[in-house]
Design a protein around this ligand. Sequence first.
Ligand SMILES: NC(=O)c1ccc[n+]([C@@H]2O[C@H](COP(=O)([O-])OP(=O)(O)OC[C@H]3O[C@@H](n4cnc5c(N)ncnc54)[C@H](O)[C@@H]3O)[C@@H](O)[C@H]2O)c1
Length: 401
Amino acid sequence: MTARTAPHDDPALIEYGMQRLDWTRSRMTMLANVRERFIKAQPFAKTRIGVDLHIDVKTAILLEVLKAGGAEIVATGNFGSTQDEIAAALRHQGMTIFGKRDDTLDVHRTHLARIIDHTPDIILDNGADLIATAIERGVERTIRGATEETTSGHMRLNEDYAGKVPFPVIVINDTPLKQIGENLHAVGESFVESFMRITNLMVNGRRFVVVGYGWCGRGCAKYLTAFGGRVSVVETDEIKALEAALDGFRVGTLERLRTWGDVFVTATGRPNVISADDISRMRNGAILVSVGHFPWEIDLSGLRARASSTRVITDSIERFDLAEGRHVIVLSDGRLVNLAGINPKGNSIESMDIGFMLQALSLERVSAGPVDGLVHGPQAVPDDINRFIAREMVAELSRGG
Ligand SMILES: NC(=O)c1ccc[n+]([C@@H]2O[C@H](COP(=O)([O-])OP(=O)(O)OC[C@H]3O[C@@H](n4cnc5c(N)ncnc54)[C@H](O)[C@@H]3O)[C@@H](O)[C@H]2O)c1
């Protein structure tokens, strides 16, 4: 079955995508149980879900589960992270999936608009892009409810769209389950995996400066240390800076640490936390990389303006030549390296089983219509959902114990 709007996908691409789905599906055991329940209960019958989420192999399993629950899926990936074989495999299953990995930002924006033009009943958002598009197009009142995946999206809803969202938005990131399971452990682990895969450089003995000691930054610092990396931290929040110091890390300003580090990792969710001026003072050959949601944490346009030349050395590794024969390296265009780099694996399957259980059960709650406890605008995942998933995961990890 092929969606009406689908391009003609290469059968080999579809087959490759389907093979990747098989492995991941077999390891997302909690979602498998939900799928069985959804098949019987059909919580999304006659419901169109508009999705803006990294189209990778784990997201695909979530979309399959929602479809098994009766949903019509209209989806696009986040900018730069769509895996073409996965998009092809999902189209092959009858979902409408817009976009491909090398879309420009402008093309990506047209996909967001097309999803809103499909008049979704429910939105599954990442970075609040779809909710913002719906509000800009004046169609937000047709939407029943939404989930939002990230910290960045939550900040945007609070700062730019406060009081303008006339439906409940359950913010998945606000649960300790996602913060611990994904942002801390999975991002930390997949950051180290991505750095090593892309650069083929060793971590042990290397000097890393982690900018931002929130959930993701703590994870990066923890797993870099586990691999023998030497880690320093830059953090603007005094309490988190103290926490980093008590966790054993050297803490300082970027101004001080920019000449110390070999590798600079941003995990703040904020724009231009490393300026072109900072970069121009770094050691020769310094490497810059981000795990933040938007590709704006490293001031790349400022760096491009200063560079005498730039060159893609190999996939996901770009060299910027600066004054006096010096150069710096940027990985994956400053996009979140664990999802947008070459051959990205993203976060571990099990961590995303937790994250996407949160999505599936929160979307089910939103789809049920006006329910006690849900209010308009952003809010946390209902506690009973958190505790149910925590119990399931502990049972899974502790089986036989
Ligand atoms: N790559 C992934 O797979 C992935 C997964 C989850 C979240 N994210 C993204 O990672 C980013 C961080 O998420 P989080 O959950 O760690 O957020 P968080 O709010 O827990 O942490 C961000 C930290 O950055 C600090 N900070 C802000 N500006 C700073 C600056 N200029 N210098 C130093 N520190 C600064 C804040 O004080 C805070 O402690 C967000 O953009 C989020 O969407 C990425």
